[in-house]
Ligand binder design. Structure first.
Ligand SMILES: [Zn+2]
Length: 365
């Protein structure tokens, strides 16, 4: 199939608009219209992973971490980043990254950690703002249902577990077309009054062009009247970190032993136990320190993440147990997650998990 088919599907699940500002998710190397037969999944795209792609005949590497974060100015093979990009281009291997956009969805990296730990009632810890907008349009009564359905099909009207959400009010619209018009109802040069429905519906901003296209194609008027409003609501299903609950509370000692085993962690660096049993668990794969305040505010007893620095551990202030399990360890199930996402959708397409352990951190125990 074409590379674009794979990337379009991945981006329908984890839109690029959901990535953090510093990130560089998306197609980093390669042409969307190139043919692909086999993909290699990895957490990091290192030289060893590119070599593995060459040896196993993969045309695309789908990696969680982008190999390129900032602009590259020279290509002399001086750094591993330059060498990876150069080698991939020389061997016609595409590199695709699905990073914080995969972290930020309800079925992404953090959801997989919650599942691994058996957490219930998991939700996004820090939902994102500025991802939703509102559409208001005015449709003749007879066509309202058709327009509503077209908007829903294009992705409007989803709130939490509810779909096809809209508000509808009846009223009348007026319009007068000039001599260049051919109005659907009424005559040019005469003010027309039409019984209309005002339809309002919320939509993800990244689907705006698709939704406007659906509106214009389903609406009977020559000139479709609509308003697009920015709204500041949180998107409950998109954001950083997740929080959930253990079926049965555990004491902190037993809980960390459980996490160590489930997450295959060689070691867990943690703050002092608070004396409270562990019931509410906040998680963030990778560097999640920026979410500590939200984890405390949400009442989490423990925060499982990675990349904590010495001084940052003090911020626990006896209110929560910070548990740093290692960056690679916290995200290791992401490879399996990507494997399943791609294999379940493209059953006849070959997907391979890397055999390279890309973790740059070694533990001397
Ligand atoms: Zn990471």
């Amino acid at each position: 199939m074409k590379l674009a088919q794979l990337t379009a599907y991945l981006e329908s699940l984890a839109p690029l608009a959901y990535q953090e500002e510093y990130d560089n998710s998306g197609l980093i190397v390669g042409h969307p219209d190139s043919e692909i037969h086999q993909a290699l999944i990895s957490l990091d795209c290192t030289e060893a992973v590119v070599d593995e792609a060459i040896a196993t005949g993969c045309q695309v590497i789908v990696s969680h971490h982008p190999i390129v974060f900032k602009g590259l100015k020279k290509f002399n093979g001086k750094t591993y980043v330059e060498r990876v990009v150069e080698k991939a281009i020389r061997h016609n291997i595409a590199i695709y990254a699905i990073h914080t956009n995969l972290d930020n969805i309800m079925t992404g990296v953090n959801a997989r950690i919650c599942e691994t730990l058996g957490l219930k009632n998991s939700r996004i810890l820090a939902p994102k703002h500025q991802l939703l907008k509102k559409l208001v349009t005015y449709v003749p009564v007879a066509q309202a249902e058709e327009v509503r359905s077209a908007l829903f099909a294009a992705g409007a009207g989803n709130i939490g577990n509810y779909s096809e959400v809209s508000f509808n009010a009846e009223g009348f619209g007026t319009f007068k077309g000039n001599e260049h018009t051919n109005p659907y109802v009424g005559e040019p040069g005469k003010r027309h009054r039409e019984h209309e429905i005002r339809i309002e519906s919320i939509y993800p901003a990244n689907l705006e062009s698709k939704i406007i296209m659906a509106l214009v194609l389903s609406h009977p008027y020559e000139e479709v009247a609509y308003d697009l409003y920015p709204i500041t609501n949180q998107h409950q299903q998109v954001g950083s970190g997740m929080i959930g609950e253990l079926e049965n509370a555990k004491n902190a000692d037993a809980f960390l032993a459980f996490v160590k085993e489930k997450m295959h962690a060689s070691v867990i660096r943690h703050t002092a136990f608070t004396g409270k049993p562990i019931k509410k668990v906040a998680v963030c794969g990778g560097s999640g320190g920026f979410l500590l305040k939200q984890a405390i505010a949400a009442g989490a007893d423990v925060f499982i993440t990675a990349d904590y620095k010495y001084h940052e551990f003090f911020d626990a202030e006896g209110k929560i147990v910070i548990a740093d399990i290692g960056h690679f360890e916290s995200e290791q199930f992401t490879q399996q997650l990507l494997y399943e996402i791609i294999q379940n959708k493209f059953v006849n397409f070959a997907v391979r998990l890397t055999k390279v352990n890309t973790n740059p951190v070694k533990y001397y125990i």
